[in-house]
Design a protein. Structure first.
Length: 257
């Protein structure tokens, strides 16, 4: 029996590597999607048997895809693929959810494929083949974003707690993450719209066209010219940022003033 697999990851090399490994299974056919939205389109239209789903993607992340896809009739099986993240792995292990760590090892993939094959062999229409995924979603804190963000640090992927981020800024074509005393190119978020989608439910606010700040890291603020405000951030250099006039109302509402 052919197994139709969908690989969902915003990183092309990661998709290619997993597709290469899956090619060693003669009964597996693969498709790829680079965003959560395109993945949901493929799931709706082509009904793959199994989805290898990255968690951290710009816009709709892996949990967003899982929530929506599980509302479809006869949703596919899911195997999560993730960089090391203690929070996510703890959630997976508590709920017996299958996951693969990046970089994916061929031996570990073989274990997942054996489990997928058994689930497909025992599958019946209208029956939930992975009830543990429902438990996983129920265990997440109100669908909030994962509490870590990935950044590029000297050629390696580093995970940073959201609370340690002082502000995001658009620098050229890159999103830069600024902490107390360091700056890193953001990994996986390409625009400030992506940043807002990822952290907007937390204590972050877009203050102008090029910046999103952690409201918990604003040390002080004061009126400036043209209806704008000056924000002093709680970082090593006491960075001063400009709150645009059109964002002042949102800023005050979020602070309850």
């Amino acid at each position: 029996m052919k197994i139709r697999a969908l690989i969902v990851d915003d990183e092309g090399p990661a998709r290619s590597e997993l597709a290469y490994l899956l090619a060693s299974f003669p009964d597996v056919e693969t498709r790829e999607a680079r965003t959560g939205g395109s993945a949901l389109d493929v799931i709706r239209e082509d009904a793959p048997d199994v989805v290898f789903l990255d968690i951290q993607m710009p816009g709709r992340d892996g949990f967003d895809v899982l929530r929506e896809a599980r509302q479809y009739p006869d949703p596919p099986l899911f195997v999560f693929v993730t960089a090391y993240d203690r929070y996510a792995i703890r959630a997976f292990e508590m709920n017996a959810v299958d996951y693969l760590l990046k970089p994916v090892m061929a031996e570990r993939l073989a274990v997942s494929m054996e489990r997928v094959q058994k689930l497909l062999d025992g599958r019946s229409p209208g029956r939930d083949s992975q009830p543990e995924l429902g438990d996983l979603l129920a265990s997440l804190p109100g669908g909030e974003p994962l509490p870590k963000l990935s950044v590029d640090a000297n050629g390696r992927i580093q995970l940073i707690d959201h609370e340690n981020i002082v502000y995001f800024e658009l620098s050229g074509r890159k999103i830069v993450v600024n902490t107390y005393d360091e700056s890193f190119p953001c990994h996986g978020l390409a625009t400030l719209d992506d940043v807002e989608a990822r952290v907007g439910a937390l204590h972050f606010l877009r203050i102008n066209r090029g910046m999103v700040v952690n409201l918990n890291r604003v040390r002080e603020f004061s009126p400036w010219t043209g209806g704008r405000y000056a924000l002093i951030m709680d970082d090593e250099g006491s960075t001063e940022l400009t709150l645009s006039r059109g964002r002042v109302k949102d800023f005050k509402q979020r602070l309850g003033i």
